[in-house]
Design a protein around this ligand. Structure first.
Ligand SMILES: Cc1ncc(COP(=O)(O)O)c(C=O)c1O
Length: 436
């Protein structure tokens, strides 16, 4: 592509003049991998086309929501019908009730749910509710987990367990993060120590059950079990952030998988987003009635939103959930995702490239490392330059994976066996270059 005909480049220049970094969410700017971001013109099924007309097999799926692929006919029909009926009313609708029923049917730890517009809003509201319900201030989060960009969550660990976090963003006052304790993921001993020191003050522990913001790192079963026990023992709430994993790794979400291995396991609060909106701005948080009734207008914890439960977004989410609840959906999706990572692992092995991968349902992660990492420092052992070579090699060959090594990947129901084969073939060519 010559400079003068690269429409991505000219759009990027226009965008940079008007929008900071040319993007409305930082990772889209390709800063980690370098190069020009692709401006997407349209998408259908498993594919996206950029401004130059190049087609990509899409393994981002809008960072998770597009589990059915782009433009699924049933979803499109529901959205078109809803749009004709009205974009937004600022008053309750039947569809909000239907969506709440559909979500709770599959994730029964939630007796009540509140709909919001983004995962950030849902996570922030869940934490406010946890603080309001417990009357405590401190929260525990884990290094490498992301729960949206609320002030109190933009924190890195302090020095030792006695000191709370330091802000990772300018504009976040030290006073705001002084209540956030950041611990290492999957470290049972550290969590026990933190509760021994601060247990009476902890409102909640918030965690990703499979950390997609570390690419793909599962909470170990002992870690999840102990987190549940410690929260119960100390009167803190366990908040499971399923914005990424919710309805993505299985119909019962990640908590359903842990409940199979930890009898009686359930979080106190669940945070959802992405798939439940099917690509529209919609997210939610929910939990037991006694906790949720602390929310306004019933209780003292304030939370509100002009566009919450938006009628077009709920139509999109509801149609998506109805499709993925059909028998056999997740078995097929999981098999296809597994075929992808097995194929990639085989190609890497054939070319002598260190590689490991994991997947659950339609979510996957892979690392240019000999074994799966258990926490963020281990994820960061990946050679960034090699990852960037892999990313650009795939992109040139029409395969679009996340432009950062600490992001998960997503397969949709629209990805075919041929798409997987084409991806593996492209990866093998790139692995060959990496091994030189
Ligand atoms: C686990 C998790 N929680 C929360 C969020 C924030 O969601 P949103 O980007 O919709 O604000 C994300 C976003 O990627 C996420 O992955």
């Amino acid at each position: 592509m010559t400079h003068s005909t690269d429409l991505n480049l000219s759009l990027f220049e226009r965008a940079k003049a008007l929008i900071p970094g040319g993007v409305n969410s930082p990772v889209r700017a390709f800063r980690a991998v370098g190069g020009t971001p692709r401006f997407i013109a349209r998408a259908q099924g498993a594919y996206m086309w950029d401004a130059n007309g190049q087609r990509f097999i899409d393994y981002i799926g809008s960072w998770g929501p597009m589990i059915l692929g782009h433009g699924h006919p049933a979803v499109l029909e529901a959205v078109q019908k809803a749009a004709l009926e009205g974009f937004s009313f600022g008053a309750p609708t039947e569809r909000e009730v239907e969506l709440a029923e559909e979500i709770i049917r599959h994730v029964p730890s939630m007796e009540m749910i509140r709909l919001v517009s983004s995962g950030t809003e849902a996570g922030m509201s869940a934490i406010r509710l946890a603080r309001g319900a417990t009357g405590r201030s401190k929260i525990i989060k884990f290094n490498g987990c992301y729960h949206g960009h609320a002030d109190s969550l933009l924190v890195k660990a302090g020095s030792g367990l006695a000191t709370f976090g330091h802000a990772t963003s300018a504009g976040v006052p030290a006073e705001v993060v002084q209540h956030t304790l950041v611990l290492e993921y999957n470290d049972v001993a550290q969590l026990e120590e933190a509760f021994a020191l601060h247990g009476k003050e902890v409102a909640c522990v918030i965690m990703e059950p499979i950390a997609g913001n570390m690419n793909f790192v599962r909470a170990s079963v002992p870690f999840m079990r102990r987190a549940r026990e410690l929260c119960t023992q100390h009167g803190a709430l366990l908040v499971i952030d399923e914005v990424m994993t919710g309805f993505r790794v299985g119909l019962g979400s990640a908590q359903g998988l842990y409940a199979q291995q930890i009898p009686g396991f359930a979080p106190d609060l669940t945070v959802l987003g992405k798939v439940i909106g099917g690509g529209m701005p919609l997210a939610a948080f929910g939990g037991p009635r006694a906790i949720m009734e602390q929310l306004a207008p019933l209780g003292p914890v304030y939370q509100a939103g002009t566009l919450s439960g938006n009628p077009v977004a709920t139509a999109c989410g509801l149609a998506t959930l109805r499709e993925i609840a059909k028998p056999g959906f997740y078995e097929q999706l999981a098999a296809r995702t597994r075929a992808l990572i097995d194929g990639l692992a085989g190609a890497a092995q054939a070319e002598g490239v260190a590689f490991c991968a994991d997947s659950e349902g339609g979510m996957f992660g892979f690392f240019l490392l000999p074994q799966l990492p258990q926490n963020y420092p281990e994820v960061l052992k990946t050679d960034g330059a090699r990852f960037n070579q892999l990313f650009h090699g795939l992109l040139e060959r029409g395969v679009y994976i996340a432009p950062a090594l600490y992001e998960a990947g997503f397969v949709s129901a629209a990805h075919t066996a041929q798409d997987i084969d084409a991806t593996v073939a492209a990866a093998r060519e790139v692995f060959k270059m990496l091994s030189i």
